[in-house]
Design a binder for this molecule. Structure first.
Ligand SMILES: O=P(O)(O)OC[C@@]1(O)O[C@H](CO)[C@@H](O)[C@@H]1O
Ligand SMILES: [Mg+2]
Ligand SMILES: [Mg+2]
Length: 330
């Protein structure tokens, strides 16, 4: 069968690599910092330039495709997922890191098509499942043989349902290219990824972020959740400063889980598939199905750990990313 989207994915990898080069060069220069929703929601000319470079290069090759780009949405473009091929771009995930030269910065490119698709993504890479054997460097598990090659029962669609066809996260200061194709596994620089096998949350590291909302009520909830989880007790809490890299750490097995409320679809789209295809699970913070537009996520190595975290979170619901879109899901 013709592989419809491999061309697009190859383009995403090369666009992310090119964008990473621009980001690295910009780090050597003075950065003019602007603010968006608040004084701690930062943006630079590099964010805007990189997003435009990626979008222009995609438009030249795929003129009919659509976009959700962080900086385009900030400039008033709609944030809508449809059945049309849609590139979901965060030109710099970790702008605050970039501004401060804190060395974790990612370019994130997700690609979604067929919003209503009924088939769950990564159905054989869900809760508690292990791959039958690692693929060699650069190899990918083929879709045709994927599920039957992996041990364990099929994942529950509730946790595995995704709309993303491929995801690319380039951690540009580490020079790590994380990639995933629906049903074909996740990779870092061509090496296959697998989530941690740890089943005990007491022996886990959990990643989260503090976000850019400084409303004291929200901050209280963030700290209450953090306190609950820290006191389970867990081995530790970590924050890379970028959702995409936190999630790639889950996919890599370095941390067992990441949770956050408040990030956006462009922070999550690519990395959600990378987690799922590495055998991880995605869940809403209240234990329901993961929803790309909801701005809430738990990404974990298995369902037990995800559910335990969900039981400790003081949940709240920021305005959805598609809230302003005509015909948005309720
Ligand atoms: O605006 P940026 O840099 O694209 O992304 C925002 C972000 O870095 O902020 C959160 C930290 O609070 C992360 O989870 C998220 O990825
Ligand atoms: Mg971001
Ligand atoms: Mg960004």
């Amino acid at each position: 069968m013709t592989d419809l989207w491999q061309d697009a994915m190859d383009h995403a990898v090369s666009a992310a690599r090119g964008a990473g080069q621009v980001v690295r060069e910009a780090l050597l220069e003075d950065r003019m910092v602007m603010v968006k929703s608040s004084s701690v929601d930062l943006v630079t000319q590099t964010d805007q330039k990189v997003e435009q470079l990626i979008i222009q290069s995609v438009k030249e090759k795929f003129p009919t495709h659509r976009f959700i780009g962080e900086e385009s949405v900030a400039a008033g473009e709609p944030c809508v997922l449809s059945d049309e091929p849609t590139w979901i771009i965060d030109p710099i995930d970790g702008t605050t890191n970039f501004v401060h030269r804190f060395p974790f910065v990612a370019v994130s490119i997700g690609f979604s098509v067929n919003k209503q698709r009924a088939e769950p993504a990564g159905r054989a890479s869900g809760p508690g499942q292990q791959r039958a054997g690692p693929a060699g460097p650069g190899q990918q598990l083929s879709r045709a043989s994927g599920p039957s090659q992996r041990a364990g029962p099929a994942a529950e669609p509730l946790l595995a349902f995704l709309q993303v066809e491929f995801g690319v996260v380039y951690s540009c200061l580490e020079d790590k290219m994380f990639t995933a194709r629906r049903g074909r596994g996740s990779f870092c620089n061509g090496d296959p990824l697998q989530v941690s096998e740890q089943k005990a949350i007491q022996q886990s590291i959990i990643a989260t972020e503090f976000g850019s909302d400084r409303d004291p009520e929200v901050v209280d909830k963030i700290f209450s959740s953090l306190r609950n989880i820290l006191c389970i007790p867990v081995h530790g809490i970590r924050s890379a400063g970028t959702a995409a890299i936190n999630m790639c750490l889950v996919a890599s097995g370095c941390v067992e889980a990441y949770y956050e409320i408040g990030m956006h679809v462009w922070d999550l789209a690519a990395a959600s598939l990378i987690v799922s295809e590495a055998g991880g699970v995605l869940m809403d913070v209240e234990g329901g199905p993961f929803d790309l537009m909801s701005r809430r996520v738990i990404a974990a190595n298995n369902r037990t750990i995800a559910e335990r975290i969900s039981g400790e979170i003081q949940a709240y619901a920021p305005a959805r990313d598609d809230a302003a879109a005509p015909g948005a899901d309720p």
